[in-house]
Design a protein. Structure first.
Length: 422
């Protein structure tokens, strides 16, 4: 980078990099630094060069045939030139002084109009239409922060309902540009769901999830791409009935049926140990299945497991916790001290266990599932008079008041669990 004085001002002189020769006709550029001080010139030179690079990059991007990238490039180039990108009709309504400034900026080095500069500062690049399916493609990048820390299986379960919602909408309404989606389109989609709820016996929750996921995609793209659209997404949800609660297994059923000698024979070792481990910990099945060897601490004075976000996201910030081991759960982890690699980041656990229990007549009712063991553990602690703060901490639930202190010690937690352990 050479700084040279010409007349009373210093200039930056630099050869144009090969990368930008297609959008810059000069072989060498001279940039006035608008100062007669060499010290000031040396300070200003890097920023001046960086500014020029930004302009070249924006112009280079404008060569692409991708409509979205070309539009973004025009907006970036306008910003580099000191203007906010506006469509042509809005530029025409600007005050005369700003309009003249934009016209001057639209000229090339030779004083003649430059098509790329004009497209940027005069609004000559049409904003591309983003269809619903294109919005989904963009969503994965624009919403990257929501997927950080998810395991492969968690990512799949996060993506699938959004893909399904978009596919359903396109099948009903068509792959319309976001800007052309009307309130009638959304009502048509809602009516399609109304008919499905009636004909297929689905719950309103199924339809509402589709509407939520579709709205998430559309609103995220509208916001992050700065489209400024007013999307017709309000007042569409279906009224849901009383939430269906999973029933808990009774203590008698657990002790007399599930823990009866040989009752779980035939269930593979890891699945059986996850089930038994759940009896006196109440962990979520996915939390138990994804425990790593370092999270199973049988050699400590108080044997316990530690639920941590290792290689996956937890359900919430409150889900990170330690749970002492006792009774059949302690014995299960002694049998599987390294955890359950077969079911790590594998969604098949619940299906495997539920199928086995149903086939063996080990479900207390048709509504019972593996998750019912978590509810049973809650009931036993409640009936034992264990403090609400301790129950919430053990279950990984949020407190309904401000959280003070660290909570109960590991020893005290172990005493509480020992009182209800089977």
């Amino acid at each position: 980078m050479t700084i040279t004085k010409r007349g009373s001002s210093y200039y930056l002189r630099k050869r144009v990099p090969r990368r930008y020769q297609s959008v810059e006709s000069r072989g060498v550029v001279w940039i006035s630094l608008h100062t007669d001080s060499e010290t000031v010139a040396k300070v200003k030179a890097p920023a001046a060069w960086s500014h020029l690079i930004e302009g070249w990059e924006a112009r280079l991007a404008g060569d692409t045939s991708d409509a979205e990238r070309r539009f973004d490039a025009a907006r970036e180039l306008a910003a580099v030139r000191g203007f906010r990108y506006l469509p042509f009709d809005k530029v025409a309504d600007l005050p005369i002084a700003e309009l003249r400034a934009r016209l001057d900026a639209a000229k090339g080095r030779d004083g003649e109009p430059d098509t790329r500069e004009a497209a940027a500062v005069l609004g000559g690049t049409a904003e591309p239409a983003i269809t619903v399916t294109r919005a989904l493609d963009l969503f994965w990048t624009l919403a990257k922060d929501k997927s950080l820390g998810k395991s492969a299986d968690q990512l799949r379960r996060w993506e699938t309902p959004r893909k399904k919602a978009v596919a359903n909408f396109v099948a009903v309404v068509g792959d319309k540009p976001l800007a052309e989606i009307s309130g009638d389109d959304m009502l048509d989609f809602r009516q399609w769901w109304t008919e499905r709820l009636e004909s297929e016996g689905l719950t309103p929750n199924s339809a509402n999830k589709d509407l939520i996921h579709l709205g998430d995609v559309m609103k995220t793209v509208n916001k992050m791409k700065r489209l400024g659209l007013v999307l017709p997404l309000s007042d569409l949800s279906f009224k849901e009935g009383e939430a269906k609660q999973r029933p808990p297994f009774s203590t008698a059923w657990i002790t007399e049926r599930l823990l009866a000698p040989g009752a779980l024979d035939g269930l593979n070792t890891e699945a059986r140990c996850v089930v038994l481990g759940m009896v006196n910990t109440g962990y979520r099945p996915s939390e138990g299945a994804n425990l790593l060897p370092a999270h199973i601490r049988l050699a400590d004075r108080v044997p316990h497991i530690s639920i941590e976000p290792a290689g996956r996201q937890l359900k919430s910030a409150y889900a990170r916790r330690i749970i002492p081991l006792a009774g059949v759960s302690l014995e299960a982890f002694k049998e599987c001290p390294k955890g359950f690699p077969r079911y790590r980041d594998n969604a098949s656990l619940s299906a495997t266990v539920n199928k086995f229990l149903r086939e063996r007549g080990l479900m207390e009712s048709p509504d019972h599932v593996l998750y019912s063991l978590r509810h049973s553990f809650e009931d036993r602690m409640l009936n034992a008079g264990i403090d609400d703060r301790i129950r919430r901490d053990l279950f990984g639930h949020r407190l309904t008041r401000e959280r003070y202190g660290k909570g109960a010690s590991l020893d005290h937690l172990a005493e509480c669990i020992q009182r209800v352990a089977l």
